[in-house]
Design a protein around this ligand. Structure first.
Ligand code: GCB
Length: 623
């Protein structure tokens, strides 16, 4: 059955939870499960619940017991077969003669949310399996259902409750949940998660990246309590091409057909009711007179959704986003994206999470004069997109289809598609998100084009309102002409493009003599350029690794970029220095990529002020 499952949806959230009751007398059931694994699996997937913060929740954040398991002894026996008595059973010796070689309760602890690498020196470079365990009590209530929700676990998570497998989730940066209604008990529940961050050639990302492979339960873990019939998900956005019509849908879980769902936006005097079909689904479409969201006016409306059994609110901004020739139009008006790239890394050290980190990073971006951030190279935690909504910062959201993915592998494609779907599901109601990016610097080939076209089609089917982009390839047409004509561009709305003229490509003055040609009449965003500088390292502007070199590079780059006719934005690389195993140079890099405009501790380098001055100039020109 496993193979049948993994062939069809190998990488999705598979829920073995409440429905997996296989008793010996149900031979027929067993036969069906064995031969129709596909059907069973499809029923057992747990769709994602959105807007978790507005639900009735119990946090499982805090200290979890962990067992470091590089040989996966808690999973495989000595013949390398999966063990039925693995660590997920949390077994205790019943008598002194019992042999049990592990004990969560006297083991080390780690804080969740949080990567393991930055919590313990010996785990800094660790790539492998760690088992997490949290015990909890739970008072069951009538007519309610319970879900265990994970904001993110890098990379592969096997989840068990009270010794029973709930499912496996692949992908380090998107949320997943499992229903545990029939498994949870009043006392001494134990939730065990095997988190494995080993890199794999066929995974997404693949073996080779330029960021730290932070492992663990890096985002929040929450119990969500919902009524039997609840609002699972919804989409509320301005209809494509309109600033006065809201279109979308709502999806109930566990409800009979014909349920009324109310959508209220009191401040805009909107009160609408839709009725669900047999799948719990109802389309939404109504006129609205709205104060539109923009960086200058990050207006969010309180939106109330309710049914006979469920009710909560969300805060949603409404804005339109389109392109016309080389222009990007926000609410019908041309805009220039004054951006900066950001990795999900905190000045505290390690993976960023939560509102405080989001506020710190986005406040630095605002100081720079940015109205736009590229959240590289994977979906960041939900606090980032929610904070961007509040602060009026437009977002480029990306999935980790990076460099040299296995383009011909169906499972790799399914995995990328699933990560994209989970990311869109979580963030589709965020006004800040204007761009979905499907890839970064991927080498042109037929199979790569087909792979990415498949992702683009999927994104458009899930979200018809946003723009699609990717960091495209470019090349020299002649020694002084940079050409952007990646065939992928045909399928995209906005052409992203990274370039390192002056760093990997010559020295800073090389930018002066370059002309850019773009094959398509579409907006171009230079999605990366930059240079490494160690904060406080000073010298001649021709000396690499100095703040002066980086500053000089920004000056030459800005002079070059000003001359590109279809340029509609930029997001230089990068806001802050970040850890990378590819960067060993002692005394300078020490395993950090130093292209930050700000050091990993928050000190601004000289180049920060060069870009800030340019962004201020652009802002003044807009007024
Ligand atoms: C790139 C990558 C980015 C790297 C950066 C660099 O082109 O997209 O992930 O970190 O260059 O610093 O080399």
């Amino acid at each position: 059955m496993k193979n049948a499952l993994s062939r069809r949806r190998p990488l999705h959230t598979i829920n073995y939870g409440s429905q997996q009751v296989i008793r010996p007398n149900f031979v027929f059931t067993v036969v069906i499960i064995l031969f129709l694994g596909i059907v069973v699996e499809a029923q057992q997937s747990t769709p994602l619940i959105t807007n978790v913060a507005a639900r009735h929740t119990t946090s499982l954040n805090g200290r979890w017991q962990i067992i470091i398991d590089p040989y996966e002894t808690g999973y495989y026996d000595y013949r390398f077969q999966p063990r039925s008595d693995g660590y997920f059973r949390n077994t205790k010796p019943a008598s002194p003669s019992d042999l049990i070689e592990y004990d969560f309760d006297s083991s080390q602890q780690l804080v969740v949310p949080g990567d393991w690498n930055s919590q313990d020196d010996k785990l800094l470079f660790y790539e492998g399996t760690i088992w997490y365990k949290k015990s909890f009590n739970y008072q069951k209530k009538d007519r309610t259902r319970l879900f265990a929700y994970f904001g993110g676990a890098n990379y592969l998570a096997d989840v068990y409750l009270n010794g029973q497998k709930l499912g496996r989730h692949e992908g380090g940066f998107t949320p997943f949940n499992y229903e545990i209604t029939s498994l949870v008990r009043d006392k001494d529940n134990f939730l065990v998660v095997k988190v494995d961050n080993k890199r794999r050639r066929d995974a997404v990302p693949t073996l080779n990246t330029d960021w730290w492979n932070y492992g663990g339960l890096t985002r929040e873990v929450t119990l969500i309590e919902v009524p039997d019939a609840f609002i699972q998900d919804y989409s509320l956005q301005l209809k494509k091409g309109s600033t006065s019509e809201i279109a979308g849908w709502v999806k109930l879980n566990g409800a009979a057909a014909g349920q009324a769902v109310n959508i209220e936006i009191p401040e805009a005097r909107i009160k609408q009711t839709v009725t669900t079909d047999a799948n719990g689904y109802a389309p939404i479409d109504f006129k609205a007179s709205l104060n539109l969201w923009s960086p200058d006016n990050p207006k969010l409306y309180e939106v109330k959704l309710s049914t006979a059994t469920d009710a909560f609110t969300d805060r949603i901004g409404f804005r339109s986003i389109e392109t016309r020739g080389p222009d990007i139009l926000l609410n019908g008006k041309p805009i220039f994206l004054r951006g900066i790239c950001i990795h999900e890394e905190s000045p505290r050290g390690g993976r960023a999470f939560g509102d405080d980190d989001a506020r710190t990073l986005l406040t630095w971006a605002k100081d720079l004069g940015a109205n736009f951030v590229r959240l590289a190279h994977y979906p960041h935690n939900e606090s980032m997109t929610r904070m961007a909504d509040q602060m009026g910062i437009m977002v480029w959201s990306e999935i980790p289809v990076y460099w040299t993915i296995l383009w011909d592998n169906q499972e790799t494609f399914d995995n990328a598609k699933n990560q994209l779907g989970e990311s869109i599901t979580r963030d589709k109601n965020r006004a800040s998100v204007i761009l979905w990016s499907v890839a970064n610097e991927t080498p042109v080939s037929q199979s790569r084009n087909k792979f990415l076209k498949g992702l683009i089609d999927h994104a458009r089917s899930l979200d018809p309102t946003r723009l699609l982009t990717a960091a495209n390839e470019r090349h020299y047409a002649d020694p002084t002409t940079q050409m952007v004509d990646d065939p992928l561009g045909e399928y995209l709305d906005v052409l992203g493009c990274n370039e390192y003229v002056g760093w990997y490509d010559g020295v800073t003055s090389k930018a002066d003599g370059l002309t850019w040609k773009v094959a398509l009449n579409k907006p171009l965003v230079i999605s990366e350029f930059g240079a490494d500088a160690l904060y406080g390292n000073h010298g001649d502007k021709g000396a690499r690794w100095t703040e002066e070199y980086q500053k000089d590079l920004y000056e030459h780059q800005i002079a070059m970029l000003r001359k590109i006719p279809s340029l509609r934005g930029m997001s230089p690389w990068i806001l802050t220095d970040f850890r990378s195993p590819r960067r060993p140079l002692p005394g300078i890099q020490d395993f950090y990529n130093r292209k930050g405009l700000i050091s990993s501790r928050g000190d601004k380098k000289q180049a920060f002020y060069v870009l800030q001055a340019y962004y201020r100039e652009l802002m003044n020109a807009e007024k």
